[in-house]
Ligand binder design. Structure first.
Ligand SMILES: Nc1ncnc2c1ncn2[C@@H]1O[C@H](COP(=O)(O)OP(=O)(O)OP(=O)(O)O)[C@@H](O)[C@H]1O
Ligand SMILES: [Mg+2]
Length: 365
């Protein structure tokens, strides 16, 4: 990834009659970057991709590809290829001919086509299957053909819309790593779409979290997970505890928040003002139990009523309810010394460094 801008989206907007699918999107995508659009169903991911590819005309705004406004360019004239979720392979053509199709259309010399196709086949490890038809391949193999068919054209940008959606979990995880390695080997800019947050965290250089046509946050995986800037991002990415509070002191490098009639200190500089309502987010792995219930009088310790525990293999999940009625989940690696009865009062704490503040519960948007 370098500093050269490959794609610039400027005020990009798409409206379908009543629905604003994409709302004033501003984003730069850099050369060689693996960028992921992540968000729930209907948030505008596919529409954004289709506008970049040229299949959909923006209602407003611009798409700048390699420094040039591409408003008037039809899809085939853009230096962009798309891999769709349903692969869209030609059933009557062999795998080799499927991959060669685009190059034949471009009327490249036969030896050039042969070399490029062989290279692409090697990259996606389909050497044994070149003579087969798509119907004779597994889902993962078809996926590889779709990717080979796109990369053989050597596009500057590859757009991938939920390309692993049809695969089972194990294959999906294998393909995630393969795709990421392939992208780094080729140095092509990838714009990837998924609604699976784990997939986005695994694969991306940067993640664009979308919600209802708007960008909520752009950042590398760690930023998105560790420092969500909105309640939506905190809630959508991974598991988190959301505790409502009000700012009592805004100090230098920390904010004090009142919740359930106790004070909590959170490290960091936040734009919230004294008296403002907000949400404390603490990941379940960042909370521990306190042996002494009297600790609850201290900063960042709260009391809850124990409900249940669930053993999920690599950890134990404890579920409690705090005095405000909010559900608190605490993930612990073992049960050692931590056995509680339903209905029991239990104290739990977190470090001021391990919590973040986001906006208060938004009303219906
Ligand atoms: N051709 C269309 N006509 C009318 N509305 C559309 C059209 N295409 C998309 N929309 C609407 O635009 C919004 C965004 O759709 P889009 O397909 O971009 O979502 P998405 O993020 O890709 O969702 P998913 O994860 O389900 O694929 C949705 O509300 C959808 O109903
Ligand atoms: Mg979609």
């Amino acid at each position: 990834m370098d500093n050269e801008k490959m794609i610039e989206l400027v005020g990009l907007t798409k409206t379908f009659s009543q629905t604003t699918a994409v709302n004033n999107m501003n984003l730069d995508v850099y050369r060689g970057e693996f960028l992921t659009f992540l968000g729930p169903s209907g948030c505008g991911k596919t529409t954004t991709l289709r506008m970049i590819a040229g299949f959909e005309e923006p209602t407003a705004g611009q798409i700048i590809l390699g420094g040039k406004n591409c408003e008037a360019l039809p899809p085939e004239k853009r230096d962009v290829n798309t891999v769709f979720q349903n692969y869209a392979l030609f059933p009557h053509l062999s795998i080799r001919d499927n991959i060669a199709f685009g190059l034949k259309l471009k009327k490249l010399p036969k030896p050039t086509i042969r070399d490029k196709v062989e290279q692409a086949i090697c990259l996606v490890k389909l050497e044994e299957h070149v003579a087969k038809k798509p119907s004779q391949l597994s889902g993962g193999q078809k996926q590889r053909v779709a990717i080979a068919r796109a990369i053989v054209n050597e596009p500057k940008v590859l757009l991938l819309d939920e390309p692993l959606g049809a695969l089972d979990l194990k294959l999906r995880k294998e393909m995630q790593l393969e795709l990421k390695h392939l992208q780094k080997t080729l140095g092509i800019t990838f714009i990837y779409v998924t609604h699976d947050q784990e997939e986005a965290l695994t694969m991306s250089d940067r993640i664009v979290v979308m919600n209802r046509g708007n960008i909520e946050q752009v950042g590398v995986s760690e930023e998105i997970y560790e420092s969500p800037r909105t309640r939506f991002v905190a809630d959508f990415i991974g598991e988190t505890n959301l505790i409502a509070g009000v700012v009592t002191i805004k100090g230098a490098g920390f904010t004090q928040v009142e919740s359930c009639r106790k004070r909590y200190s959170i490290e960091g500089d936040y734009p919230y003002r004294t008296g403002e309502a907000l949400t404390i987010c603490v990941r379940p792995e960042n909370i521990h139990f306190t042996r002494n219930i009297a600790d609850v009088g201290n900063y960042n310790c709260m009391e809850g009523i124990y409900e249940e525990s669930v053993y999920v293999g690599n950890m134990v999940k404890h579920i409690l309810r705090n005095p405000a009625g909010e559900t608190i989940t605490i993930n612990r690696l073992t049960r050692k010394g931590e056995h509680f009865e339903p209905g029991q009062a239990v104290g739990f704490c977190w470090s001021p460094k391990r919590a973040v503040l986001v906006d208060a519960q938004a009303g219906p948007t």
